[in-house]
Structure formats: structure tokens, C-alpha cells
Design a protein around this ligand. Structure first.
Ligand code: 13P
Length: 254
């Protein structure tokens, strides 16, 4: 079974003290992850060390960064390199979140560069894709997402591709409370997997975890995660609430 993942994306939220309290409370909530389940916490850069020390020794639990820069090192004031993240023991980085695409003009090509440097340092990208509302309304979401995948990922070898986690996040469902229906999520996830299969073969495609993101909460996680091609979620708002995120972890396929 491919990995089933509950990934928290804290975005630019919480003070250090609030983040500490949130992790303490989540740790204190009884949950057990089996060998094909993972919980990942994508925390703001300044909290990575804190999160790692809180979560040290917890099985199948990882700390992720929410971004990285595309260059190895140098005069890029304010940026964070993959080498820095690797030196801290970070194993996952969220790339291409729609907020970064929109507010920081991150293009598919720029993201391809970030994917490459992550893989050079053996860090797993959690690669986000997903269409805006007008594309969904025009019914051209498949082509839109296919282009994102093609331009940022399809230069990779099959071996490299298998290090990637994909997160499908329809922009119209992010932070809006308007979740894609489980059927809409399944349809797109199956489409993404079919595209990966066409390019890399069924065996490779079957092993790639594809997470759904966009207003996932305790009340809808079981149904969404229950879809055959949905392998968990990338969760914003609900990941900041202990009971919600604990229930979302619990909703992962067993
Ligand atoms: P919400 O869960 O708040 O809709 O955010 C989704 C998201 O963008 C996760 O990366």
C-alpha cells in the first residue's frame, strides 16, 4: 500500500508558544500510525528546530518546510536553501503551494528548479497543483493540472518521481470552507494517476501518494480519504485545531 499521509500546513500562523502548545497537545492525543501511515507538520522556518525536538522519536512523524529556494547557496538575502534544511534533518518540503504561485509568482519552471534541488539533497517535495475557480467553471481543470505536472515534474526519471508526494489542492476550496466533493477529488486524483501512469508506467503511478487539500476537516476527512486514489490530505485551517487534526490523522486509510 502506498503511504497515507496527513500533512499539516500551518502556513504563516501561530507564535512560537502557540506552536509549541499545539504540538504538545497533538502528541498527548492518543494516535497510532501504522507502517504505511505518516503525519507531517509543515511549520514556519523559525519553528522547525522546535518541532523536531518535540516530535523526536515519534514513529512515522516528520517535520517539513513550507518552501525553499532554488539555488544551492549565495547572496539571496532572506531565502532558505535546501542544504540548510537538509543539515537540520528536514526530509520534506512543500513546493508550489497556490499561495506561493499567486503571491510570489512562482512559475512551473521555477518550481521545476526547486524540485531538482530538493532531489539533489534527497529531500522529498510535496508538490502542490490545482486549478483556480474560473478554470473549474470552464471545465478545463484536467488540462490545467496536467500542464503543472508536465512543466515541473516530467523531466524527472521514474526513480526521482517516486520521491515526490503530490498534493491536489483546488484553489477554490482552499480556506473557503467549500470542499471539493469526494467524487470531484477522486476524479482528479484518478486523472493525475493516469497521467503519471501514461508517462512513467502503472507500477510507478501506483506508488505515488496523492493528497487532497482544500477545507479538509474532521467532518469530511473519512469520506475524502476513503476514495481509492486519495492518499490523505494537506490541511491548513483544521491543522491548527488539536481535535480536528487528531481526527484527520485517524481518518487515514488503515
Ligand atoms: P485549508 O485546509 O485551510 O483550506 O488550506 C488548505 C491548504 O492550502 C493546505 O496547504
Amino acid at each position: 500500500m502506498r503511504k497515507q499521509i496527513a500533512a499539516a500546513n500551518w502556513k504563516m500562523n501561530l507564535t512560537l508558544q502557540q506552536g509549541e502548545a499545539l504540538l504538545d497537545a497533538i502528541i498527548a492525543t492518543p494516535h497510532s500510525l501504522n507502517e504505511h501511515q505518516q503525519a507531517i507538520f509543515a511549520v514556519p522556518f523559525p519553528y522547525i528546530a522546535m518541532a523536531q525536538s518535540k516530535l523526536a522519536g515519534k514513529k512515522n512523524v516528520f517535520v517539513a518546510a513550507q518552501n525553499c529556494y532554488s539555488k544551492k547557496s549565495g547572496a539571496y538575502t532572506g531565502e532558505v536553501s535546501v542544504e540548510m534544511l537538509q543539515s537540520m534533518g528536514v526530509q520534506y518540503v512543500v513546493l508550489g503551494h497556490s499561495e506561493r504561485r499567486e503571491y510570489f509568482q512562482e512559475s512551473n519552471q521555477f518550481l521545476a528548479d526547486k524540485v531538482n534541488i530538493c532531489l539533489d539533497y534527497n529531500i522529498h517535495p510535496i508538490f502542490c497543483c490545482g486549478e483556480p475557480l474560473e478554470i473549474r467553471e470552464a471545465g478545463t481543470q484536467n488540462a490545467f493540472v496536467a500542464k503543472q505536472l508536465e512543466e515541473s515534474l516530467y523531466h524527472l526519471s521514474a526513480e526521482q518521481l517516486q520521491k515526490i508526494v503530490i498534493a491536489y489542492e483546488p484553489i477554490w476550496a482552499i480556506g473557503t470552507g467549500k470542499t471539493a466533493t469526494s467524487a470531484q477529488a477522486q476524479e482528479m486524483h484518478a486523472y493525475i494517476r493516469s497521467q503519471l501512469a501514461a508517462k512513467y508506467g502503472d507500477g510507478v503511478a501506483a506508488n505515488i501518494s496523492i493528497l487532497y487539500g482544500g477545507s479538509v476537516k474532521a467532518a469530511n476527512a473519512v469520506e475524502i480519504f476513503g476514495q481509492p486514489d486519495v492518499d490523505g490530505g494537506l490541511v491548513g485551517g483544521a491543522s491548527l485545531i488539536v481535535e480536528e487534526f487528531a481526527a484527520i490523522i485517524h481518518a487515514l486509510k488503515k
